[in-house]
Design a protein around this ligand. Sequence first.
Ligand code: BGC
Length: 774
Amino acid sequence: MKKIKVYITVMAVSILALTSCKSKTTPFLGKSSIEDVIEAMTLEEKVALVVGTGLKFGDSIDKNSPFPIPNQPAPGSLAAKSKVYVSGAVGRTLEIPRLGVNTIEMVDGPAGVSFMSRSTAYPIGTALSSSWDVDLVKKIGECMGNETLEYGLDILLAPAINIHRNPLTGRNFEYFSEDPLLSGKMGAALINGIQSQGAGTSLKHFVANNQETNRIEVDAIISERALREIYLKGFEIAIKESDPWTLMASYNSVNGNLATENYDLLTKVAREDWGYEGIIMSDWEAGKDPVKQMKSGLNLLMPGPYQDTVLLQAVKDKKLDEKVLDENISWILNGAMKVQKFKDYKYSNKPNLEENASIARSAAAQGMVLLKNENEALPLSDKGQNLALFGNGSYETIVGGSGSGFVMRAGPTVHIIEGLKNQNFNVSKSLEDIYTAYISENTPPTGMIDMTRGRKKRAPEMLLDEKLIQTMANESDLAIITIARISGETTDRSIEGNFKLTEVELNNINNVSQAFHAKGKKVIVVLNIGGVIETASWKDLPDSILIAWQPGQEAGNSIADVLSGNVNPSGKLTASFPMKYEDDPSAKNFPGTPVDNPKQVIYEEGIYVGYRYYNTFGVETSYPFGFGLSYTNFSFGDLSLSNTEFKNELEVSITVTNEGELSGKEVVQLYVSAPTGNLEKPIQELKAFAKTKNLAPKESETITFKIDITSLTSFDSEASAWVAEAGQYIVKVGASSEDIKTEKTFNLGKDRVVQKVNKALVPQVKINELSAKQ
Ligand code: BGC
């Protein structure tokens, strides 16, 4: 009896202990504090949470595929047990249902939601930024965010905002500009748009992922000043102005440390200097040492899952303090509570693809840049004209770049020929037949994997024989020649045959121009490209040149909108087009040394990237940064400054008037020239920009900019501070970096130290940096 009584008492105490233990020790994310949730995790759960669950694609994977799928979780592991919610997502974090910890599912961008042929292919990043229209980019962000949300996904791996350091970089098409202000503002606009819908973003690739050649092993050696002013600046602006939910550290090293293992970069700069509060994660499989990554402030190792055992052992061996894991987990949980899975949002699987396609169409047209337009060759107001369409790209138009940035689109591509036919232009049927047969006979087969990454093989350009050109010049009223280029992840472009036009392309432009001009007929070149190409050697030949970029799935419709004049072009270049490749300031240090397998790339051009170099050193460009024509023309009135002495802020106003016959928009660019004090300065830097509304003929708009002290600062590496140096400043406003319309000066009375930051990312290799003082 006594025994039974004791037994009952023990039972009762245990049950009581268990229930009180349960209510006390089984916290739930969202209902309990993050600290309590972390405390309730097992060590196994912790290490599995700071790494992703592997590349589990779900149903979208062809189970009979002969290709091995990398990074699969070990059978029976926590990662293996975690669920795939949306098939086709490119990565996800561990869910721990007993603690209410939901997964975060991620999908590739940045030109749309990159999975399963169900989403919209928007214009590439360079095309969007060429609109110089932050409202439009935000709108595109809203569409992308809505597609992400309505397909049940949590994070769109976008935007990508690395600087266009060199024209050959294979992923420049994903990036916005050679200028950090423009990159940062565009990035912020896209992020604000996406996140307004309840989907998250990943600002990438942090930082200096400015080449694809050996991107995993290359060490970018960059001065502190160039890092702060050029390569980090865009990220700083985007983080401060839009608070992306995640930040993706890149593959490469920066000044001796891998970006994902770089305490200076991730903790000192992103967390401490900028106050970043989202999840910091790795690019896919980036980095070597998971323990160092954890200690550097990398919260999440994507896509996982293979690093968990190393981390577990490191904690057991006391090489990694469990508190470091906890700290990283707290950032992940904080982020997990923002996503739709946490909120149990009932997604529809039905975003409005029709509406999004029409928004993509109009955005693409807004980003097109008219480089040349002689003899009013454009717009093609007379739709009765017979058009001869040359170039493979007229029939197989390139929508976007390849690799993870490729979007399997919902709609079929509208090729240029279809876009023109849709607007009732007559296009030569016999030429169409010749090209269609040629392309189908000369296109090599493409494997499945390449197909899904947008690496469809293309037929080489056809050399046009003289007889055919002559017949076309007789039969048609006008020639359109499309030059097409595609590039993407893992490879940079070549100079010969890619940056430069091929012999065949040059011959075709030359021969078509001669034959058509001999008959008094015009020639238009459409550039269906993702980045800067050589133009100086052939630009005199055609009457008009239009950069259409890679315009997304509505390509042909958008191009026809601009050619026909339905849309007046208003895009401007976001990167300089050099006279020749060798003129580019980074050319002699790209892609690094040794050249066939670069381990190191020294950024000897320092802060003199793009127009900062061309303008300061007086090097002629083929087309300068900020350049782009319109079918109308604009005048700029006088500049008005609120003060000639700078106190805390300055207001700058300018009135722009449409002087032509057609309505149109102008991009107003504000550059500042700072005085040379202790620090040398580029001759001018973009500090603000705005796009006018669509101005009717004779209509004016007054644009007002506010300049605060941060626009006057340069980075002083000795002092680790942003400083504004005393002296005379010039505000310049114009229509391109080389077309300044009006300027005024103001004075800053005293030197000002505007912000002290951490000493960080100091190069360990001597840099023979370019200087304007030499
Ligand atoms: C790319 C990232 C991409 C990730 C996931 C990486 O190879 O560099 O931009 O988001 O893969 O697909």
